[in-house]
Design a protein around this ligand. Structure first.
Ligand code: HEM
Length: 327
């Protein structure tokens, strides 16, 4: 499915116009603006990536992983995984083939036998829509301030004219996968891996499906059942594990690490970190997913944050969002 920029934005970011008071802290402003853009509240659900499903699985590190990092989950011991697949947007009942669902999430917590844990959050697009968190607020505000009968240039048209990376993102093809098991996922932000010898590398994580990538023809997407991808995944996992390779893309000296809208050159080396196996749906998943959350700054020794400001800002936003959905 190829989405036009306006279609994707309309689906992702519709809602009443809102000007944020300049004094509001950025994470709160991001959260409030996202809530207002949703137009209504679904109690107990996430305000973004509201539709989701929880699975259990395991991660087995490769021998290469420990050469890059001393992080405990990248040594020889397998971790158990709690994974949540999601469709972007604030509507829990959104259709998997809706325009707003074109961005999909896969988040997971690795837990070692001694309880040591870390999170990884990914989406199925290799870059983010804005360079900085402030610009993401500006994008949401511009989308919400844009009304159908406005003369050009509308606020969103002005925003896109001024932000080449946002234009690139919204016009990028985002085909609907055959299955969550045939999609790639990217953590977008740079992290720093440090090994036992003290050598560090900046990396970007991605998941590559063992089944290979496979997408649907754009003209085959209309009319699919609402939960086609979630239902297919449930059936597939019941028949056997769904696997992905966890891969680190290594930065070269001088590659920027602060801007998730800018990919690194494709010739940067890829290192196999291990195998993710998704083995079973969590019993009572819809209830269980309300009680858990993920954080992009939940790291471990040997796995550190880069200077990407999204890592801190997003973690602060999620720390607001999690308690707000516990009522
Ligand atoms: C400033 C930018 C962003 C804001 C304001 C934002 C906001 C949010 C919020 C409020 C939630 C719900 C969290 C909860 O209730 O636990 C969420 C979920 C999520 N976000 Fe973001 N987000 C941003 C950027 C990103 C980026 C860059 C990624 C790419 C990895 C991402 C991936 C996800 C995923 C995968 C989920 C679902 C997590 C789950 O399954 O529990 N977000 N986001």
């Amino acid at each position: 499915m190829r989405l036009t920029g306006s279609l994707l934005l309309a689906a992702l970011l519709t809602g009443p116009a809102l000007a944020q008071p300049a004094t509001e802290p950025l994470p709160q402003a991001l959260y409030d603006t996202m809530v207002k853009g949703n137009g209504r509240i679904y109690p107990g659900y996430r305000v973004n990536h509201a539709k989701g499903a929880l699975y259990e699985g395991s991660f087995t590190p490769s021998a290469e992983a420990a050469k890059l990092s001393k992080a405990p989950h990248l040594q020889s011991t397998p971790s158990s995984l709690l994974l949540r697949y999601s469709d972007a947007g604030g509507m829990p009942e959104v259709a998997d083939n809706a325009a707003s669902s074109a961005v999909r999430g896969l988040s997971f917590t690795f837990t070692l036998p001694d309880g040591t844990a870390t999170d990884l959050m990914m989406i199925n697009v290799p870059v983010f829509v804005t360079r900085r968190p402030e610009d993401f607020l500006g994008l949401m505000q511009a989308a919400q301030a844009t009304k159908p009968d406005m003369p050009q240039p509308t606020p969103i048209a002005r925003f896109l004219a001024e932000h080449e990376e946002a234009r690139r993102f919204v016009t990028m093809a985002k085909p609907m996968p055959q299955s969550f098991a045939t999609e790639q996922f990217y953590a977008l932000h740079a992290y720093r891996l440090t090994n036992a010898a003290g050598e560090s590398h900046f990396v970007r994580f991605r998941l590559v499906p063992e089944a290979g990538t496979a997408y649907r023809a754009p003209d085959s997407v209309a009319g699919l059942p609402r939960d086609v991808l979630f239902d297919e995944l449930g059936t597939r996992v019941a028949m056997g594990p769904v696997r992905y390779r966890l891969v680190a893309q290594l930065a070269a000296a001088g590659d920027q690490t602060a801007d998730p809208s800018e990919p690194w050159p494709v010739d940067r080396p890829l290192v196999e970190l291990g195998m993710v196996s998704v083995t079973q749906a969590v019993p009572d998943g819809p209830l269980a997913e309300r009680k858990i959350g993920f954080l992009p700054n939940r790291v471990l020794p040997g796995l550190d944050l880069s200077d990407d400001p999204f890592l801190k800002v997003r973690s602060d936003v999620y720390a607001i969002a999690f308690p707000a959905r516990q009522q």
